[in-house]
Design a protein around this ligand. Structure first.
Ligand code: PGA
Length: 251
């Protein structure tokens, strides 16, 4: 049985004034029946971890460097995130792949660094609109999956987020059949590479314009084990109902 997880990605949003949103979320959903993860900007990780301490809400980073330390101005290592109170880190988000040219090989190296530091990696993959329209979606996500994951991952140390690039922040969502097709494909691919037990235990999140109004139907799709939520994670009044829908889907 895979435990459901609702993750919020604040992206480059939030200052100390926004930490009260976390306190609100912790008060209402701090003992939720599913896992809840919030990934604020790196500047807030330590204080966010303090804000939710005592609740079941976990805090994660949005990226880390592949090296443990060294001359990498402006970067943050996995060990630093862990030290600041993070338990998870998002890696290979399409905005990192786009803005910083991150390749599958780099995402794989970052994932290795995260696992070595004891962080759970949330590795993102997803096709662009032209790839979807060109019928290349499964090829693209399969290649990203293969290239972005190191050997030796487990259901406890890794999650995958399938995020069609064209659905992120656009209000456009694939059909439920399209989501199901990709998630079923990813499940099979994980089982082929890591074996049935491990491949069957790795959770698959859907991300891209998840909102309170569409969460329940997305969570009913096979092999959808939760969501990675951007815009709607910024407000507890939006993210709370998404967590509720996920809990309801877990039965
Ligand atoms: P969105 O972002 O929910 O705002 O579409 C999702 C993401 O980028 O993780």
């Amino acid at each position: 049985m895979r435990r459901k997880l609702a993750a919020g990605n604040w992206k480059m949003n939030g200052t100390s004034a926004d930490l009260d949103r976390l306190a609100t979320l912790a008060a209402s959903h701090g003992a939720a029946g599913c896992e809840v993860l919030i990934c604020p900007p790196a500047t807030l990780v330590a204080r966010a971890a303090d804000s939710v301490s005592g609740s079941a809400i976990a805090i994660g980073g949005q990226d880390c460097h592949a090296a443990a330390s060294g001359a990498h101005t402006g970067d943050v290592s996995a060990a630093m995130l862990k030290d600041a109170g993070a338990s998870h880190v998002i890696l290979g988000h399409s905005e990192r792949r786009e803005d910083h040219g991150e390749t599958d090989a780099q995402v794989r190296a970052k994932t290795e660094a995260a696992l070595a530091s004891g962080l759970v990696a949330v590795v993102c993959i997803g096709e662009k609109l032209a790839e979807r329209e060109g019928g290349k979606t499964l090829d693209v996500v399969g290649t990203q999956l293969d290239g972005s994951l190191p050997d030796g991952v487990t259901g406890e140390t890794l999650l995958i987020a399938y995020e069609p690039v064209w659905a992120i922040g656009t209000g456009k969502v694939p059909t439920l059949a399209q989501i199901g097709e990709v998630h079923d494909f990813l499940r099979t691919r994980l089982e082929e590479r890591f074996g049935a037990a491990t491949g069957g235990a790795i959770r698959l999140l859907y991300g891209g314009s998840v909102k309170p109004g569409n969460a329940a139907e997305i969570f009913a799709v096979s092999n959808v084990d939760g969501a990675l939520v951007g815009g709607a994670s910024l407000k507890p009044e939006d993210f709370g109902p998404i967590i509720d829908a996920l809990e309801a889907s877990a039965g």
